[in-house]
Structure formats: structure tokens, C-alpha cells
Design a protein around this ligand. Structure first.
Ligand code: IMP
Length: 178
């Protein structure tokens, strides 16, 4: 496959990190049932691979959100396009995200979900951009801390494309594909 941009994280490195996150979650929730909440669309690959590395009983639910803003910057104003199908009161919830950038999306989601009184709520994110969280977010399960560049692949898109890349690449903002 032709590569897009500079590869930042290879397929093998992603698999290793997701396996580690799965082991951490399995150990922490030993003896409990877990509800994984995937944030569409970007988290669909992380969710699918992470879930298969978790050994405790797991149910799935999804939310779809859209952040108002341009293609490469989040505005922090979040619109819920699809809410959870199930109640989460007294459930142990882990939100699965592709990337934490400004932290505004997760901050909004946490506020929104905490009101529903889950037994616990934590975050698993494959990527955390270093140094640019506008709101500090405690990401308990994290794959990689990455520089604050715009990345695509493994669920992450630029204008809807590149989510299917099995690796994570940096897109050069001065040389974006049309
Ligand atoms: P935040 O609210 O700034 O933390 O951004 C969260 C959302 O913006 C993520 O779930 C992604 O959908 C999107 N996003 C942030 N950074 C990137 C990136 O580098 N590439 C692709 N999407 C991104």
C-alpha cells in the first residue's frame, strides 16, 4: 500500500500498545463487568482491537459526536449525533477514544455521562497529543503520547479519508492531499 505522509506509529507498535491497554483494563476490572463506550467514528478500530484484548465480560455501546470547527481544529462545541442505547447508572464504563487533542470533546462527554451516575468512568485513548490539552483530562489507559501534529490512520480521518490506514501517519499541513 502506498503510504500517506510520514509514518509515526506502525501497525505492530499499535498492536503492542492495544494489547498492553487490554491487559491493564482486564487487571483493573477483574471480577467486574465492563461497558465499553466507543466514540464514533474515529474510535471504531481501537474499540474493535482493544475489546479483543480484554478478558473480563464486556458490553458495547457507541456515541457519535461531531465537533464544530474546521477540518484540522476542534472548536470545543460538541454535538451529540447518536446517544447511548443503554442506561449507564451503576455500570463500570470505559470511554474508548481515538485521540485526545484539546480535550474539549472528552471534557464535554465526561460531564454529560457523569450525570447519568455510572459506578465508575475512565478513558482509554490510543493517542494523546502532548502539551495542548486546554482542559486537563485524566486518560487512564493510553497508547501513545504524540507531538501536536495532525495525524491520520487507524480510525483518524482528514476530510473523511484515511481512516482505513493500518498505521498512524503525520499529515503535513502545508501539503495536504486535496
Ligand atoms: P479534542 O476535542 O480537541 O480533544 O478533539 C477530539 C477529536 O478531534 C478526536 O476525537 C478526533 O476526532 C479529532 N482530532 C483531533 N486531533 C486529530 C488529528 O490529529 N487527526 C484526526 N482527527 C483529530
Amino acid at each position: 500500500m502506498e503510504t500517506i505522509g510520514k509514518i509515526l506509529i506502525t501497525e505492530d507498535e499499535i498492536a503492542d500498545a492495544v494489547a498492553r491497554m487490554g491487559r491493564e483494563i482486564s487487571a483493573d476490572y477483574d471480577g467486574k463487568e465492563l461497558l465499553l463506550v466507543g466514540i464514533l467514528k474515529g474510535a471504531f478500530l481501537t474499540m474493535a482491537d482493544l475489546a479483543r484484548q480484554i478478558t473480563v465480560p464486556v458490553e458495547f455501546d457507541f456515541m457519535a459526536v461531531s465537533s464544530y470547527g474546521d477540518a484540522t481544529k476542534s472548536s470545543g462545541v460538541v454535538r451529540i449525533l447518536k446517544d447511548l442505547d443503554q442506561e449507564i447508572s451503576n455500570r463500570h464504563v470505559v470511554i474508548v477514544e481515538d485521540i485526545v487533542d484539546t480535550g474539549l470533546t472528552l471534557h464535554y462527554l465526561l460531564e454529560n455521562l457523569r450525570v447519568r451516575q455510572p459506578a465508575s468512568i475512565e478513558i482509554a485513548a490510543l493517542l494523546v497529543k502532548e502539551g495542548i490539552q486546554q482542559i486537563p483530562i485524566d486518560v487512564k489507559y493510553r497508547g501513545f503520547d504524540i507531538p501536536p501534529d495532525f495525524v491520520v490512520g487507524y480510525g483518524l480521518d482528514y476530510t473523511g479519508l484515511f481512516r482505513n490506514l493500518p498505521y498512524v501517519s503525520v499529515l503535513d499541513p502545508d501539503n495536504l492531499p486535496v
